[in-house]
Design a protein around this ligand. Structure first.
Ligand code: THG
Length: 280
């Protein structure tokens, strides 16, 4: 199954048979005070710096999240998208809980974006599926709905299936639905990673769709986060994760190593390339 995204002209193909596509997570005000302060002044230099850093570190797609308290994200998400588009030819993943902000961004974005995200709540599906269809965008379908977050992988699969069905009814192509099984911190509760890994396996096996995940969420509150994130990334890729949302500076080597080990990097070309780029 292939999900095709587009920047201004450049196409990125997310293919369930790999190699893994990296969606850079760093344009996100969580723990980046400087992003909040520069964006509040409509200063996009730091956003562009984060975009360039991630592209140089092997990001294929950029997640764009400008949500912080008090922000007018309908205006700011669109402005940020325009600033990035004017400088870089890379597909964007529009990350906002506000359908109005997503729509405003889609209006100016061009290419083919990924909407982050639609969940299984009626309100979310009703607001976003028609917009995705109208603008020809792909969607991330989050495996949660009105009844909240379940810890039974089969139920997460059922939510994913429900969103897929509704998306297809709204005229969206099956291959344009990317499933997010939900990654949550593992420090307080031993279950989340096991549940997500099993959900990934089920989605891959039963639906055959592309799968994303905010993979640095799992290590919140723990020491040695990079090792934890890397191991979880490799296990997730083994089970069917194809387009993680992560910090490419920290995760790209693990992603390339996983591709090589899983037989998706002939002659180890991409692994050697990224190792050399890192002076290794
Ligand atoms: N699923 C989907 N979208 C998502 C998430 C998800 N979007 C947001 C989030 N989760 C993924 N993005 C981030 C962005 C930043 C951070 C974590 C997840 C973050 N990282 C460092 C930290 O944790 O301390 C700080 C910056 C760094 O060092 O890189 O804060 O699950 N669909």
């Amino acid at each position: 199954m292939k999900t095709i995204l587009r920047g201004n002209t450049r196409e990125v193909i997310i293919d369930t048979d790999g190699p893994v596509i990296i969606i850079g997570e760093c344009i996100n005000p969580t723990r980046r005070k400087k992003l909040v302060s520069t964006l509040q002044e409509s200063d996009f230099a730091y956003v562009l710096e984060l975009a360039e850093m991630q592209i140089n570190a092997a990001a294929d797609v950029l997640d764009v999240n400008v949500g912080f308290p008090g922000v007018d994200d309908v205006k700011l998400l669109a402005e940020t998208v325009l600033a990035i588009k004017a400088r870089f030819d890379i597909p964007l993943c529009l990350d906002s809980p506000n359908p109005k902000a997503i729509e405003a961004a889609l209006k100016v974005a061009g290419g083919k974006c990924l909407i982050n995200s639609v969940n299984g709540e009626e309100k979310s599906m009703n607001a976003l599926l028609p917009i995705a269809h109208e603008y020809g965008a792909a969607i991330i379908a989050l495996a949660m709905d009105d009844s909240g977050i379940t810890y039974e992988p089969e139920k997460r699969l059922a939510v994913a299936e429900k969103i897929l069905e509704r998306a297809v009814k709204a005229g969206i192509k099956e291959e344009d639905v990317v499933i997010d099984p939900l990654a949550m911190a593992v420090s307080a509760d031993p279950r989340p990673c096991v549940v997500s890994l099993e959900t990934i396996r089920l989605v891959r096996q039963k639906l055959g769709l592309n799968i994303t995940q905010g993979a640095s969420n799992i290590s919140f509150g723990l020491p040695n986060r990079e090792v934890l994130n890397s191991v979880y990334m490799a296990l997730s890729i083994m089970n069917g994760l194809t387009c993680p949302i992560a910090n490419p500076e920290k995760i790209a080597t693990t992603v390339r190593a996983s591709d090589l080990i899983l037989g998706r990097d002939d002659y180890a070309i991409r692994f050697v390339e990224i190792s050399q780029a890192n002076g290794l």
